[in-house]
Design a protein around this ligand. Structure first.
Ligand code: SF4
Length: 209
C-alpha cells in the first residue's frame, strides 16, 4: 500500500468508527488532511465546533491563526499534514478522556508511519503527552527533541494564544524555528519506522537540540 492509500484507508475507518463514545455526538469525524509526503505533521487535540461541522481540522479561529503562523514562515496549509489525537469532537469541547485517547491512538500511529514526517509539532497538552507524558508545556514548548526516532517539537495550541494574548509572540517564536529544523532534519539520516506505541519515552532519555 502507498502512503496515500494508507491515509485514505485510515480516513475511511475513522468516518465509520465506533470505538469510543465520541461517535455518538459527532456530526463528522475529522481524520485529518494534508499531503502524504508532508515534511511537517501538526497534531492537535480534537475537533471543535466548526471542525465537527465540516469534517476538516483547524477550520475555526484557531485554524486561521495556524494559517497565519504558517504564512509567516513561508508555508501554506496545503504543504503540511494536520490532524488531532482524537478524531471526533468531545461534547462541549471538553478534554478527551484517557479511554478515548487510547481508543483513537492507532489511527494517529498509522498516519505518522505513513507520512513519516521530518518534524512532528504537537499543539497543546494532549498531543504533547503522547510523546512526553510527564512534561509541562510551559517548560518544553519550542524545544526540538528526538523521541523514539522522531523529531518532535511541542508547542502551545493556537487556541491558547487566542485566549491569552501573551502567548501569541511565544508561539510565533516557536514557529519561526521550523524551517531550520526541517532543513536540519533533511540533512539527517532517514528516520526509521516508528516503534510500537507501548514503547513510551521517559523524559530523561530525551536528547535536546
Ligand atoms: S474519537 Fe477516534 S476512537 Fe473515538 S469514535 Fe472517533 S475515530 Fe473512533
Amino acid at each position: 500500500m502507498t502512503s496515500s492509500e494508507i491515509l485514505e484507508q485510515v480516513a475511511q475507518e475513522v468516518s465509520a468508527c465506533q470505538k469510543c463514545i465520541l461517535f455518538h455526538s459527532r456530526k463528522n469525524a475529522v481524520p485529518g488532511e494534508g499531503p502524504a509526503n508532508a515534511d511537517i505533521m501538526f497534531i492537535g487535540e480534537g475537533p471543535g465546533f466548526h471542525e465537527n461541522e465540516q469534517g476538516r481540522p483547524f477550520v475555526g479561529a484557531a485554524g486561521r491563526f495556524l494559517d497565519e503562523l504558517l504564512a509567516k514562515i513561508g508555508m501554506e496549509r496545503s504543504q503540511v499534514f494536520i490532524t488531532n489525537v482524537v478524531k471526533c469532537r468531545p461534547p462541549s469541547n471538553r478534554d478527551p478522556l484517557i479511554e478515548e485517547l487510547e481508543a483513537c491512538s492507532d489511527y494517529l500511529e498509522r498516519q505518522i508511519q505513513a507520512i513519516n514526517p521530518k518534524v512532528i509539532v504537537t499543539l497543546g497538552r494532549f498531543s504533547m503527552a503522547r510523546f512526553l507524558p510527564n512534561a509541562k508545556i510551559s517548560a518544553v514548548h519550542g524545544q526540538a527533541m528526538h523521541i523514539r526516532a522522531r523529531l518532535v517539537v511541542p508547542m502551545y495550541h493556537p487556541a491558547a494564544a487566542l485566549h491569552q494574548g501573551s502567548l501569541r509572540p511565544v508561539i510565533e517564536r516557536d514557529f519561526a524555528q521550523l524551517p531550520e529544523l526541517i532543513a536540519k532534519a533533511s540533512d539527517a539520516p532517514e528516520h526509521p519506522v516508528e516503534v510500537p506505541q507501548e514503547d513510551k519515552q521517559d523524559p530523561e532519555q530525551l536528547s535536546f537540540f
